[in-house]
Design a protein around this ligand. Structure first.
Ligand code: LLP
Length: 436
């Protein structure tokens, strides 16, 4: 199992993260447990900013908090000079509760509700990424009623099919997101926006997918956006002052994955956008990126206790842990692959090939198929790496299993990010029927 950030094997063959031993973390906070390596998260954020700072190129990096949205994470993003991309009232509420400057927040979504748009406008967020014609009208009414003004970008579906898992490809033409480029919807949207003086059109946005390993798809998207900028300039006299290329940089989950390092990708993106805009004789807009996964995925490790096992001679050995698809639905949803190890016996020799099952009542509740481990016994601690993105944020209470606690570790200290759900938390919204 590859170790990332501050993860190490320490004396006694135990896994330590942020100088906290896996067994002590579980003892203190219970099992299963999400553990986040704070310095690793901060370093990933800095990797996005550094190339821009070094080259003195105007930019804005927003953390796409859908990857891991908690108050503490929003605080870290703010401390590191990042903006926040939110996609719902819930994410916006979290961001506001963290003390994030509303001007540093912007909102996405293909079906923002009236209530969400009202909240966004009245709390004074920096920008709205408008996705469709219905939203333009909703927003127009809200701005007229409240007398507010807001910067808007248009989300464009650039027709780029980034190489990624089908379910997470969001930028190709056949997509529920954004204005279709090929059929002139972008021009129509700009026309409609130009009739509302309270909407300030600032630029275009495209997000071409997620878990992308190279710059090629971004290059295509940037070229298409530059072309449309020329046409918008001719037709409406508008200048695009910001260009947002979304998120999507992939990470290494297993040895099958070979992503471009963040700084290399960011430098290529800058070159690409500079080229595309120079070719069209356009001034370079402020470049915006909104990474999620590549900020937090590798900084997260989930620790579980091993419980039961089932050996089917000649077929497979299932080793079950005290969590499962409720804390990590990504194998069930996307066939995602992870690496795993026994965190309390990292140096023990491999003895068996097993598959890691969860505890939910569903056969698809698997965490890892086929992993080589030392003989896994009840009570051993299993670590699964790269669980920092889209695990807590996609967790569920299926089977009424409480959501895990999440801790942030750094230099031997562990701080709670999210406390563990209790059994009472699980029933707090239930309304018992009363006999009338
Ligand atoms: N911006 C937009 C508009 C997005 O839709 C997304 C992700 C991001 C930024 C951040 O992308 P990232 O840098 O994290 O790739 N649940 C799936 C991932 C869904 C991604 C949705 N959009 C998973 O677990 O793999």
């Amino acid at each position: 199992m590859e170790l990332y950030g501050s993860s190490r094997v320490v004396e006694g063959g135990e896994l330590s993260i942020g100088e906290c031993a896996a067994s002590s973390l579980i003892q203190q906070f219970g099992s299963p447990l999400y553990v986040y390596d704070e310095s690793f998260i901060r370093e990933q954020m800095r990797k996005y900013r550094r190339p821009f700072d070094e080259r003195r190129i105007p930019y804005q990096i927003a953390y796409a908090c859908k990857a891991l949205c908690t108050i503490g994470m929003c605080q870290i993003a703010a401390e590191e000079g990042l903006y926040l991309d939110v996609v719902s009232a819930g994410e916006l509420h979290t961001a506001l509760a963290s003390g994030m400057d509303p001007q540093h927040i912007y909102m996405h979504g293909n079906n923002k509700t009236q209530a969400e748009l009202e909240l966004a406008v009245t709390c004074g967020i920096g920008m709205i990424v408008v996705d469709n014609f219905y939203e333009i009208e909703l927003l127009r009414e809200i701005l007229e009623t409240t007398g507010r003004t807001i910067d808007v970008m248009l989300r464009v579906a650039p027709g780029v099919d980034a190489h990624t898992h089908d379910f997470i490809a969001t930028g190709r033409q056949d997509s529920k997101f954004g204005f279709d480029l090929a059929s002139g919807q972008v021009e129509n949207a700009v026309r409609q926006i130009s009739t509302c003086p309270q909407m300030i059109f600032v630029g275009l946005h495209a997000h071409i997918g997620s878990q992308i390993f190279d710059v090629e798809g971004f290059r295509l998207a940037a070229e298409r956006l530059a072309t449309i900028c020329v046409s918008l300039g001719h037709q409406f006299g508008v200048t695009i002052s910001r260009l947002n290329l979304g998120g999507g940089l992939g990470i290494r989950y297993t040895s099958d994955d070979t992503p471009t390092p963040i700084e290399t990708l960011v430098n290529s993106l800058i070159d690409t956008v500079q080229d595309a805009f120079a070719k069209q004789k356009l001034a370079l807009p402020q470049l915006m990126l909104e990474p999620g996964r590549s900020i937090v995925a590798q900084a997260g490790t989930t620790l579980y206790r091993i419980g039961s096992r089932k050996e089917i001679p000649g077929v497979r050995t299932y080793v079950a842990v005290d969590g499962g698809m409720t804390d990590n639905p990504r194998l069930a949803l996307y066939g995602a692959k992870y690496e795993a190890a026994l965190a309390n016996r990292m140096n023990d020799p491999v003895e068996e090939l097993v598959s890691i099952a969860g505890k939910c009542c569903e056969s698809g509740d698997m965490l890892v198929w086929d992993v080589q481990l030392p003989r896994a016994n009840p009570g051993d601690i299993l670590a699964i790496t790269c669980t920092g993105a889209y695990n807590y944020s996609m967790a569920s209470n299926y089977n009424r299993i409480p959501r895990l606690a999440a801790v942030l570790v750094h230099e031997g200290k562990a701080r709670l990010l999210v406390r563990r759900e209790t059994l009472d938390d699980l029933i707090r919204l239930d309304v018992p029927l009363t006999v009338s």
